[in-house]
Design a protein around this ligand. Structure first.
Ligand SMILES: O=C(O)CCC(=O)C(=O)O
Ligand SMILES: [Fe+2]
Length: 247
């Protein structure tokens, strides 16, 4: 195998890799389009302005409701395909090229979609949990494909970032081996580790990581009233002879 897989195996020190994919102009246009579809956003926080556009296995998946991921996928797929057709092919092809392996979308898995955070003081404190990415287990597709759970990648492409920037906090702890541990034990291991490092995103660049190191969306340093954090979100998992790309 070549490319990313060699250099960014789980536990590798090189945590996040970056690939320039879209121009700032394209990203701005994509954000305008995302806003024009606002009636289709789903609010994911009880009060704060955190939304998604598209079906997300970690939010709509099996863990909550076996039918919801499918329903949300069916509701949003035509919308995403129609309005974002030009991003899915470049994303898939770029990933396939760096991985030197085929990659496909599949009708049983949701297309990559979007996280949208609008300005709110709460996001200076916290924007998301400390977690690892085990999304695939929530898709309900595990019976359909034979996948290698350990060979997966998490992809984020920033389309718009807060004025003070945005990115990911990453702890050098492989959470996969701790996935069965109780929260107390996990917290103990995390507390014993060095501080998280901060990995800034750049607008238009695709950030790729294994998803297995504990990570968390970095809070906004200083909020500005017009701040927005809009990202394209995807995961890829190895299915024997190709990667499946989904959300
Ligand atoms: O938005 C991001 O920067 C990453 C979000 C994330 O970690 C996830 O959705 O699993
Ligand atoms: Fe994640």
């Amino acid at each position: 195998m070549s490319g990313f897989d060699d250099r960014f195996a789980p536990n590798d020190e090189a945590i996040i890799s970056e690939l320039n994919l879209f121009s700032e102009q394209t990203c701005a246009e994509l954000c305008r389009r995302i806003h024009s579809l606002r009636e289709h956003w789903v609010q994911r926080h009880e009060s704060a302005p955190f939304f998604t556009l598209g079906a997300a296995s970690y939010l709509d998946g099996d863990r909550y409701d076996a039918a919801r991921y499918k329903q949300e996928m069916q509701r949003t797929r035509p919308l995403l395909s129609e309005h974002f057709a030009e991003i899915y092919e470049p994303l898939r092809l770029a990933f396939a090229e760096v991985m030197a392996a085929p990659c496909q979308y599949h009708p049983d898995l949701a297309l990559p979609g979007f996280h949208v955070y609008l300005a709110d003081p709460i996001f200076e404190r916290r924007m998301g949990s400390i977690h690892i990415d085990l999304q695939y287990e929530q898709t309900g597709a595990d019976a359909t494909f034979e996948v290698d759970l350990r060979r997966q990648w998490s992809l984020t492409l920033a389309l718009q970032l807060p004025r003070t920037g945005g990115g990911l906090r990453v702890w050098p702890v492989d959470g996969y081996v701790l996935r069965g541990a109780d929260p107390e034990q996990r917290a103990k291991v995390l507390a014993a580790q060095p501080k998280a490092s901060f990995h800034p995103y750049r607008v238009g660049a695709l950030a790729v990581h294994s998803g297995f190191l504990f990570h968390q969306i970095a809070p906004i340093t200083t909020l500005h009233p017009d701040d927005q954090r809009i990202t394209l979100q995807a995961h890829a998992i190895w299915a024997g002879d190709r990667y499946l790309m989904y959300w």
